[in-house]
Design a protein around this ligand. Structure first.
Ligand code: RIB
Ligand code: CA
Length: 307
């Protein structure tokens, strides 16, 4: 029997996060050991509530640990214009079961889970990288038991928070710099993949009929402003989980990545040196293209398991 991949999800739910978390929770290939929350789409209090609401909705027992309430240096600016004031507008989840919520801070919980694990742990980072950076700075000893950090963030082209800054990286570029310089195996699923990882109306209709789960997701899609219901909703965070479960949908390349942390014009811009101009060794595997048909088939079949 295949051993499940041990996974920590660091997240800022967030409607696209919610879908990605659901897919991970119901995957037979992943063992979600911990969900940590970080300020991003909305406040850390709200994203923590949302993580608990999701687990209650799906009746899943996974420890949740609340993390950083603001970026390391930059002023915190949320994305409630995209996800709504609650961060998961569109569906009434009701009061969550708070027994999943740990007293521990996310960084301490991540350290404990990683050091206690007999096999290396993978981190799926689908929000700003603040918690991950704090973890690596406070507890560098965890590096030897982290298999890979698979992050949704950055861009090979332009941004969606600023001209050149993708939201997760541009929210906390200093944290991203710490992660990019860490020497840990990195997989970057950037904005460019999310722009092609679309849920079209015909897909939403297939999802809508999937019982309680379909009703919830379809309702969230009505409020989600990452793209549009008619022309395609961008499933950014599912791109990170898609790498874990169906990497063959991607074109991948090993290259050097870095992040701008000083220019006011391009703060948070990810430098993806595909042509090797900088002459630096590769520090990440980057998704450079996605097979959209494969994504669509994988996405629908994954959602069908979330019941
Ligand atoms: O740029 C997209 C990313 O920012 C996604 O993780 C989305 O949830 C938001 O956090
Ligand atoms: Ca997110």
């Amino acid at each position: 029997m295949d051993i499940k991949r041990k996974l920590i999800i660091d997240t800022d739910p967030g409607i696209d996060d919610a879908i990605a978390i659901a897919i991970a929770l119901f995957s037979e290939k992943l063992d979600v050991k911990l969900i940590t929350t970080v300020a991003g789409n909305v406040s850390v209090d709200l994203v923590t509530e949302n993580a608990l609401r999701l687990l209650t909705f799906f009746d899943k027992k996974v420890p949740v640990a609340k993390g950083a309430g603001e970026p390391l240096i930059q002023k915190f600016l949320d994305a409630k214009d995209i996800h709504g004031a609650t961060g998961m507008d569109g569906y009434e989840f009701g009061e969550p079961d708070r027994s999943n919520l740990l007293e521990e801070h996310a960084v301490n919980a991540m350290r404990r889970v990683i050091l206690e694990s007999e096999t290396p742990v993978t981190i799926a980072a689908i929000g700003p990288l603040t918690n991950i950076a704090l973890l690596l700075k406070m507890y560098p000893e965890v590096k030897s038991n982290i298999d890979e950090i698979v992050f949704m963030g950055g861009s090979i082209t332009r941004g969606n928070k600023t001209v050149m800054g993708e939201f997760n990286i541009a929210t906390d570029p200093e944290a991203a710099k710490i992660v990019f310089d860490s020497g840990i195996n990195l997989l970057m699923a950037g904005l460019d993949m999310g722009l092609k990882a679309l849920v079209h109306p015909e897909d939403s209709e297939k999802i809508k009929i999937l019982g309680k789960t379909g009703d919830m997701m379809y309702s969230l899609f009505q409020k989600y402003r990452g793209g549009s219901f008619k022309t395609g909703l961008k499933m950014y965070d599912s791109c990170a989980v898609a790498y874990l479960l169906c990497p063959e949908m991607y074109e991948l390349t090993d290259t050097f990545i870095d992040v701008e942390t000083s220019s006011s014009l391009t703060l948070g811009c990810t430098i993806v040196d595909l042509k090797g101009y900088l002459g630096k060794p590769a520090n990440a595997k980057v998704c450079t293209d996605i097979n959209q048909d494969m994504f669509k088939k994988w996405f629908i079949s994954s959602i069908e398991k979330c019941i």
